[in-house]
Write a protein that binds this ligand. Structure first.
Ligand SMILES: NC(=O)c1ccc[n+]([C@@H]2O[C@H](COP(=O)([O-])OP(=O)(O)OC[C@H]3O[C@@H](n4cnc5c(N)ncnc54)[C@H](OP(=O)(O)O)[C@@H]3O)[C@@H](O)[C@H]2O)c1
Length: 246
């Protein structure tokens, strides 16, 4: 993937950071988008530089729920010298906010914020970056989840916005056929959020493989989807078989 440019949203920490690291080690130049994790993202780049002997990334900051920020981010990506020179090989919609609350407790503001993060921003980023992606036969990967079609306690606001993202991407895979490949990756129970750490073990009991995956498994799946030139309109489940049991 030498010199190929990939933008990953929400990549300063956790699964996004593992993906950024994997892609930098594969030779990509990664635009690491963050909202607040600037220091952590800078460390990823410094560590990659030490391993790989050259700078393979840059940090871009934006709150994806704020239109002015998204608009600025799009311009920064389009005008980035590496994108101007090499186009955009990959766009990975990874940024997310995972919280639990009963339906009566979730405010309209929270619901709208998740829709902005999981749907509006991916819509706008994808639409705006089509020329840069198309120029280099690039592709889009959206990180969704395994909630599709089922009810999850206290997660209606989260699962519905992820379902919207998934459908948006699959529809685009059809609409953009022959121009840009579009896929989704659905992680299972990989890395607990703080609020679910206590009951994560009971979640893992439902996973046929009996364990969570690794952040590196998600990175590997995204690397695969970006590189396989024939796969489009697919949802790759990286979930230890979790969807089989629900
Ligand atoms: N963890 C799992 O086991 C699991 C399971 C199923 C699906 N997934 C999906 O896999 C992806 C990665 O999971 P994760 O657990 O690593 O994600 P995460 O930690 O919940 O979120 C990733 C990043 O999203 C960014 N973000 C949050 N709100 C934002 C906003 N308003 N604007 C811009 N960025 C914002 C944060 O960036 P800053 O840190 O810079 O603020 C955060 O580091 C997500 O899409 C998630 O839904 C994860």
């Amino acid at each position: 993937m030498d010199g190929r440019v990939v933008l990953i949203t929400g990549a300063g920490q956790r699964l996004g950071a593992a993906t950024a690291t994997r892609l930098m080690d594969e030779g990509c130049y990664v635009l690491i988008h963050v909202r607040s994790s600037v220091d952590s993202a800078m460390s990823l780049i410094e560590e990659s530089t030490a391993r790989n002997g050259e700078i393979r990334g840059a940090v871009l900051q934006a709150d994806l729920t704020v239109d002015e920020d998204v608009s600025r981010l799009i311009l920064e990506v389009k005008n980035h010298p590496r994108v101007v020179a090499s186009g955009l090989f990959g766009l990975v919609h990874n940024a997310s906010f995972y919280s639990q609350g009963s339906f009566e407790e979730i405010t309209l503001e929270t619901f709208r914020s998740l829709n902005r993060l999981h749907m509006d921003a991916p819509f706008w980023l994808t639409q705006s970056l089509i020329p840069e992606l198309e120029r280099v036969q690039g592709s889009v990967v959206a990180v969704v989840d395994t909630s599709w079609g089922r009810a999850w306690e206290g997660l209606a606001h989260y699962t519905s916005s992820k379902a919207g993202l998934r459908q948006l991407m699959l529809n685009l895979a059809g609409e953009l056929t022959g121009r840009i490949r579009v896929n989704c990756l659905a992680p299972g129970a990989i890395m607990a959020a703080d609020w679910e750490a206590e009951h994560f073990a009971s979640v893992l009991e439902k996973v046929p493989l009996g364990r969570s995956g690794e952040a590196a498994d998600i990175a590997s799946g995204i690397h695969f989807l970006l590189n396989n030139g024939t796969i489009t309109g697919n949802v790759l489940h990286v979930d230890g078989g979790w969807t089989l049991n629900e």
